[in-house]
Write a protein that binds this ligand. Structure first.
Ligand code: GRF
Length: 205
């Protein structure tokens, strides 16, 4: 049975695009069935539209509270029979409602080597701190921000000549290679979680 993927994105959606492009070149036994955004102006929604992918957009402001908002999202995911939720620049913290319904089935990409530089400004924070190595992490999502079991990490070296912009570019380019491959391995059933550790069979990540 083909796996059904939902991508959640709030902004530019370049990671969504990377996954779409990868899947257009290679059948990974899965399809992006829907894109969800909290932000109607998100470029990710346009990108999804360009590829004929179903989109859903709802701002938390449209719900009485976050619990209602998250319940609404769970309803959509269930209706669409989603197997894997891929967070790609989704700026809201996922509520318990969603996490509890999809244990070990929600992944996120973070532009730093976790557990360092959690939060929304990781690239800037790492650059300002003057680290020599930063990178990208893909991890399962649990109830704490940027926290769950780590699936893959790729280092990015910070050169003395790097500006914040050039570092951002380097990190995004690593993300765009890494995330589609993690999604592929997940859909092939090669990624397993045991406690806080993740094991990947025949890892080609
Ligand atoms: C990426 O840097 C990702 O690691 C972070 O948010 C950014 C999203 O970028 N979680 P985009 O919307 O995919 O271009």
């Amino acid at each position: 049975m083909r796996k059904k993927i939902a991508v959640f994105a709030s902004g530019n959606g370049s990671n969504l695009q990377a996954i779409i492009d990868y899947m257009a070149k290679k059948d990974i036994g899965a399809d992006i069935d829907m894109v969800f955004s909290d932000n109607i102006r998100s470029m990710a929604l346009k990108r999804a539209g360009n590829h004929g992918i179903k989109t859903f957009c709802k701002s938390p402001k449209e719900s009485a509270n976050r619990q209602e908002y998250d319940k609404g999202i769970v309803m959509i995911l269930k209706e669409q029979k989603i197997d894997l939720v891929v967070l790609a620049g989704y700026m809201l913290i996922l509520g318990r409602e969603i996490i509890k319904e999809y244990p070990d089935r929600i992944i996120n990409i973070h532009p730093a080597i976790l557990p360092c530089f959690k939060g929304m400004h990781s690239i800037r924070d790492a650059y300002s701190k003057g680290v020599k190595v930063t990178g990208v992490t893909v991890h399962f999502v649990d109830e704490d921000m940027d926290n769950g079991p780590i699936i893959a990490q790729v280092p990015v070296f910070v050169d003395q000549s790097d500006t914040l912009d050039s570092l951002e570019e380097k990190i995004h380019s690593v993300e765009h290679k890494l995330y589609p491959r993690v999604v592929e391995q997940y859909c092939a059933g090669l990624i397993k979680v045991k406690g806080s550790k993740v094991f990947i069979k025949d890892s080609q990540i």
